[in-house]
Design a binder for this molecule. Structure first.
Ligand code: HEM
Length: 191
C-alpha cells in the first residue's frame, strides 16, 4: 500500500516536471519558424552583399523574394501557355531593352516583400485590378482567366523550387497569390 502511494507521488512529480519542461520549450528554442513572416524566414532585414549590384547591400529577405521573382519572370516568359500576356515585355527584351523588365522586377519584388512582412519597402505600382486590365495597363495583352492564373502559380512555384525555397515557404507564397485571385482573374470562361 505504502509502495503504491510512493509510486503515485513520484508519477505526479514526474508529470509536473515534464509539463513544466514542455511549457518552457518555446522560450528555449532559437526561432519559431511557424510564427515568423515569410520575409523574416528568408532572412528579414539582415544586410548582405547584393550579388547583382556590386558594392551594394540588400536585405536578405528582399534578396530571397527578388531571386524568386526574377527567375519566375524568365520561366513565365518561356512558358508558351501564358507568355501571350507579356508581348510588350517580350518584344522589349528581344530588342535588348531591359527597362520594362527592371520595372516589373522592382514592382513585383516590392509587392511580394510588402505582402510577406517587409517593413522597409512600399509598393508603388498599379493596384491588382488595374495592373491586370488592358484598359488600364497597356503592358498586359489580355484579361487573365482562371486556368492561366493557376499556370502562373505553377511557374512561380517552379521558380521557388529552383531557388531552394522549402515547400512550407512556397506554400505561403501561393497563399499570397491566391489572396489576389479575385482581382487578377478578370476573364470568366464559360464551359
Ligand atoms: C498571382 C498573383 C499575381 C500578382 C501578385 C501579380 C502582380 C503583378 C504586379 C505587381 C505587376 C506590376 C504592376 C505595375 O507595374 O504597375 C503585374 C503586372 C503584370 N501581370 Fe501580374 N500578378 C499576378 C498574376 C498574374 C497572372 C496570372 C498573369 C497572367 C497570366 C499576370 C500578368 C501580368 C502582366 C502581363 C503584367 C504586366 C507586365 C509588364 O509590365 O511588362 N499576372 N502583376
Amino acid at each position: 500500500m505504502k509502495n503504491v502511494k510512493i509510486r503515485t507521488v513520484l508519477m505526479s512529480a514526474i508529470a509536473v516536471v515534464a509539463l513544466g519542461a514542455t511549457l518552457m520549450m518555446p522560450s528555449c528554442k532559437k526561432k519559431d519558424t511557424t510564427t515568423m513572416t515569410l520575409y523574416d524566414s528568408l532572412g528579414g532585414t539582415t544586410m548582405v552583399a547584393d550579388p547583382s549590384n556590386s558594392g551594394q547591400m540588400i536585405e536578405k529577405g528582399r534578396l530571397g523574394i527578388r531571386s524568386v521573382v526574377d527567375s519566375a519572370i524568365f520561366i513565365i516568359a518561356a512558358d508558351a501557355s501564358i507568355n501571350k500576356y507579356f508581348t510588350v515585355l517580350l518584344a522589349e527584351v528581344t530588342a535588348g531593352n531591359l527597362s520594362g523588365f527592371s520595372a516589373l522586377s522592382k514592382n513585383l519584388t516590392d509587392f511580394f516583400c510588402v505582402a510577406t512582412g517587409a517593413k522597409n519597402f512600399t509598393y508603388s505600382g498599379k493596384n491588382m485590378v488595374d495592373a491586370h486590365n488592358p484598359a488600364t495597363n497597356s503592358r498586359i495583352s489580355g484579361k487573365v482567366d482562371a486556368g492561366d492564373f493557376s499556370q502562373f502559380i505553377n511557374d512561380v512555384g517552379a521558380s521557388a523550387g529552383k531557388n531552394q525555397l522549402p515547400s512550407y515557404l512556397t506554400a505561403r507564397l501561393v497563399t499570397v497569390m491566391n489572396s489576389v485571385m479575385g482581382q487578377v482573374v478578370q476573364k470568366i470562361v464559360s464551359h
